[in-house]
Design a protein around this ligand. Sequence first.
Ligand SMILES: [Zn+2]
Length: 276
Amino acid sequence: MIRLFLMAFLFAAALPAQAQFNFNINKLLDSAKSLRSATREIDQREEIAIGDDLAARLLGAAPLASDARLQRYVNHVGRWLASQTGRAELPWRFGVLEAPQLNAFAVPGGTIFITRGLLERMKSEAELAGVLAHEIVHVLQKHHLKAIQKGAKTSLAGDALGYALKDARSEARDKLLSLGTELYSRGLDKSDEFEADRLGVAIAARAGYDSYGLPAVLQTLQAMNAQDSGVALMFKTHPAPGERLNALGERMQPTLDAYAGQPQLVERFAAEAKSR
Ligand SMILES: [Zn+2]
């Protein structure tokens, strides 16, 4: 797994031209940046270590796809997006899981997974960028980390969080990781998801993509039956797609409109990401 992740290639000339982003987007992202200091008790090194442990546990549920070209491509797109953010220095890595369900999730410290099932339903690189940018925001804003920290405060005794951070082999660490994995079947607060949608749209637009990538994926999800086992977990852990689309429209319509004409990269996506 690490080998796949380590294949860091810089985006070549085929990149979409960097957006001529306007003041609005920068303001949005800067206000997000100022929230970075909100979680003081877990430093970045610990955040990355917890993320690595969590990622290893979550990978037990579905293996990484063995298609190296696909993994490289998704890493290209993801790292390009992450390079536009206030936490570009994190060890960002992106993995495609060999699973038919439609899902994507972020792990503290910069690890992001997306399922083959979700990729298969996408039509362009702009859609992929929209979803990856949403997940990147969860890392930037430490949504999972803060939820785990909050859970630890209420369900771990005394200074168990301190022990869990200090000793990777302690019982407290094991409990902390259990709290973490549980979060991925329960989901984050709705407000975190809406924030990830809003800032995700801004990051994808800043990176040069058609801003309607994420909304297009939400429309695909909206058209699916909530009883479909392929979307059951996604629907359980996220607000309904229609609700997310409405929330995006309310707060982000000017940004969506301003960057709607940027590249979608339909053909490159088909060549790189579709089953061979
Ligand atoms: Zn999310």
